[in-house]
Design a protein around this ligand. Structure first.
Ligand SMILES: Cc1ncc(COP(=O)(O)O)c(C=O)c1O
Length: 370
């Protein structure tokens, strides 16, 4: 049997290779490898797609989160609320700025922050809530923004996994005061290299972010605030501009794969042999991952590996159990995060996956959980 990899970037790029290389060649011709004309072009396209006034391209999704927190002037003494089950980046950024992350539980099987728990996590020191749109699906930002507005705190959407998704007709990235995304190669919009962006409608924040991205400079060698080197390379921007052309089709393919998994696995879900999120009519997920929960997750992963199917666990440990973050304040029990880490298994999902491959994966899962 042909192996089915977890991701297959070479096939995705193959059709775009010629055009991409031509755009990369153009960068060599003009020689502006950093902040060349591709950056402004990309920012214009991203802002238009996300439906915001400003997109600030930067070096990575982590840099985007760091810059967003810096623009909000988060620092020592401040608390930043983060879901206990996500990638480490938002917690790292809060800690790097001397602030204290506060971990809040998530709800299986979506892995999205438990919105009802957010209010209890607030203290007079809370400055921001980072809400993560995990696996491509944004959580309930209407409720999160309403809570934050009532308490005068900021919301940052971590849209690293959800670029191209939407909630209640609004694009992911535009769902909070600041949206941050990643263009890491395996993301829904992945470049040929690290990259990220911050989105906002706030002109003053956008100006701050542009300065922070380039060492806090308002002009050459005029440092008006503390910044970082958060710039994106022109070559990465060039590759993203090509990749953007097929984004809609790529997300359509991802959704078709996810819908097929949903349909083929629904009986097993109804019988309680596995679990996954039911479609939410408010959400159009970007379907960056197809995550299911299985009681005997490791055995399912082994069975699939034996059948030539690669899977992944995003993520095997919740943040409160990571050695680097175990001191972070926990707001209430984090049993949802622990359950996700114990049970979650991500199946292959990418545009080039064929219908017969999807069926093969689903049948292997069904054999394993029967
Ligand atoms: C939810 C989330 N936030 C932040 C990041 C960080 O993005 P980057 O790897 O581009 O720094 C990632 C990347 O995996 C992510 O999944």
């Amino acid at each position: 049997m042909e192996p089915i990899p977890f991701v297959d970037l070479t096939t995705e790029w193959a059709a775009l290779k010629h055009e991409t290389l031509a755009r990369v060649e153009a960068v060599f011709d003009h020689g502006r490898f950093i902040m060349g004309p591709e950056i402004a072009e990309l920012e214009g396209r991203l802002a238009e797609m996300v439906g915001v006034r400003h997109a600030i391209a930067c070096a990575s999704g982590t840099t985007a989160l760091l810059m967003a927190m810096m623009a909000l002037e988060i620092g020592p003494g401040d608390e930043v609320i983060v879901p206990a089950y996500t990638f480490a980046a938002p917690v790292e950024c809060a800690l790097l700025l001397g602030a204290s992350p506060v971990l809040v539980d998530v709800e299986p099987p979506s892995g999205l922050v438990d919105v009802d728990r957010l209010e209890k996590a607030l203290t007079p020191r809370t400055r921001a809530i980072v809400a993560v749109s995990l696996y491509g699906a944004p959580p309930d930002f209407s409720a999160i923004n309403a809570l934050a507005d009532a308490h005068g705190i900021a919301v940052i959407e971590d849209a690293a996994q959800s670029f191209g998704g939407s909630r209640e007709g609004r694009q992911s990235g535009s769902l909070a005061r600041l949206g941050c995304t990643s263009f890491f190669p395996t993301k829904v919009l992945g470049g040929a290299g690290d990259g990220g962006a911050v989105f906002t409608d706030d002109d003053a924040l956008a100006c701050c972010l542009t300065e922070i991205r380039d060492h806090g400079q308002s002009g050459k060698y005029r440092h008006v605030r503390t910044g970082v080197n958060g710039r994106m390379s022109s070559i990465t921007a060039a590759t993203l501009l090509v990749r953007l052309k097929t984004l809609e089709a790529a997300i359509g393919n991802r959704r078709a794969v996810a819908d097929t998994y949903d349909a083929l696995l629904s009986d097993a879900r109804n019988a309680g042999r596995l679990d996954f999120s039911a479609p939410d009519p408010c959400v159009a997920s970007a379907r960056s991952q197809y995550a299911l929960l299985a009681e005997n997750r490791d055995r399912v992963a082994t069975d699939l590996r034996k059948a030539g199917i690669q899977t992944a666990v995003h993520y095997p440990e919740p943040l409160h159990l990571q050695p680097a973050f175990s001191h972070a304040r926990r707001s209430g029990p984090l049993s949802g995060a622990s359950r996700m880490a114990e049970k979650v298994l991500c199946l292959p999902i990418y545009p080039g996956l064929t219908a017969s491959q999807v069926t093969r994966v689903a049948e292997a899962v069904l054999r394993s959980v029967k």
